[in-house]
Design a protein around this ligand. Structure first.
Ligand code: DER
Length: 236
């Protein structure tokens, strides 16, 4: 599809530009979702990148690393990662991003914040003037299951116009809510375009029971966007 082509363009360009033999003995973090699958495929093609240790951010990515026989590392072995590549649901001109569409935001942040460099890859639909104006499902929030009611209550008190929903799995795949790789639940909090994502992140993150919030602000230093209609890659 056009979207897959856009994702592949961004992923291949990012891997080819950001990963070179200087990282040969490096530690690379790999995000989660569908765009990163193209990045891992490209890494598999790049024989010069096979001595690198790859740190996953989800069960999905761990399986991909093993599938391609790449060297698997785990975040509990490292305090510092050389570079992390990850997808995003929406990215603004300041490279602030909404993440968590794939319910992998906690481990993604754990690895991203330990990284010297954090690189985003996405198709051009993720480009945004203001976070919350394109990815309309809402800000993903990972919570401890027993905190469900109190977090819902507290968020509704903070933003009376917000719509907060428990993310449900597809009934034919799994009855009930989506459960993350960490055994937690996901809320999607729709509050429209976000004026100050850093403060929204802080306000939600401080609520007892919140594990992480899908607003990655002041983290990424470059973003690659693959075009859907042309073979272009835009770099922010
Ligand atoms: O969950 C996440 O943050 C992922 O990075 C995800 O949102 C990006 O997914 P995609 O590459 O499948 O669009």
């Amino acid at each position: 599809s056009k979207a897959e082509r856009g994702k592949q363009l961004a992923a291949y360009r990012a891997v080819d530009e950001m990963l070179d033999s200087s990282l040969e003995k490096g530690i690379i973090g790999l995000g989660s979702g569908s765009t990163i699958e193209h990045a891992i495929e490209r890494i598999h093609q790049r024989k010069d990148l096979h001595s690198v240790v790859y740190v996953p951010t989800s069960f999905q990515t761990k399986r991909l690393i093993l599938h391609y026989n790449l060297r698997l590392g785990n975040i509990d072995q490292y305090t510092s990662v050389d570079l992390t590549i990850d997808g995003a649901d929406e990215v603004d001109a300041n490279l602030n991003a909404i993440k968590g569409g794939g319910a992998c935001l906690f481990q993604e942040r754990l690895v991203a914040q330990a990284s010297k460099k954090f690189v985003l890859i996405a198709d051009e639909r993720k480009k945004s003037d203001k976070l919350g104006s394109k990815y309309l499902r809402g800000i993903p929030i990972e919570i401890v299951p027993m905190a469900l009611q109190t977090v819902l209550f507290n968020i509704q008190n903070m933003w009376e116009n917000a719509t907060v929903r428990l993310r449900m799995a597809t009934p034919t795949d799994k009855a009930g809510p989506v459960v993350t790789d960490n055994g937690n639940l996901i809320l999607d909090c729709q509050m429209g375009p976000i004026d100050d994502p850093v403060n929204v992140y802080r306000d939600i993150k401080l609520l007892t029971g919140v594990v992480d919030v899908g607003l990655f602000c002041n983290m990424a230093e470059v973003a690659y966007f693959g075009g859907l209609e042309d073979e272009k890659v835009d770099i922010w």
